[in-house]
Design a protein around this ligand. Structure first.
Ligand code: FES
Ligand code: FES
Length: 140
């Protein structure tokens, strides 16, 4: 249907024109995470300042779902409080489990990935960058 087509276009746009691709310098946090089922990997760098995600960038190699999800995730959390970033992580996790999710926070392009919940093998692709973000904030 039209919504699926729109969502596919949003995903491909993030894959072809990734937002926040690269590596942050200075005193940023670096988190490496890989998807054991395929060996794809992501490196996330986060700049945390005063309880906020001041900046976020990612590098990596992976399928369109993993890379577009990383692009959407960095776009979504930049400028947010670390608390809101973690909250978005929980919302995304609920979305991937096909559960009802809270929408009192602007999810931006992330909702384009909700269809992934129907493809269990691909959920790990979509959650890779989010796990990296959660690890970085929780351990950072
Ligand atoms: Fe095959 Fe992600 S592990 S599509
Ligand atoms: Fe490896 Fe999707 S196939 S992250």
């Amino acid at each position: 249907n039209n919504l699926d087509t729109l969502y596919r276009q949003v995903i491909m746009d993030h894959y072809k024109n990734p937002r926040n691709k690269g590596v942050l310098e200075d005193d940023s946090l670096t988190i490496n995470m890989n998807n054991p089922t395929c060996g794809d990997r992501i490196q996330l760098t986060l700049q945390l300042e005063d309880g906020k995600v001041a900046d976020a960038k990612f590098e990596g190699e992976g399928c369109s779902i993993s890379m577009s999800s990383a692009s959407m995730m960095t776009q979504a959390i930049k400028g947010k409080s670390t608390e809101d970033a973690l909250k978005m992580g929980h919302i995304f996790s609920d979305m991937m489990q096909g559960k009802e999710y809270e929408d009192d926070i602007d999810l931006g392009d992330i909702e384009a990935l909700q269809g992934v919940s129907q493809f269990p093998a691909r959920i790990k692709c979509a959650t890779l960058a989010w796990k990296a973000m959660e690890k970085g904030i929780n351990e950072g």
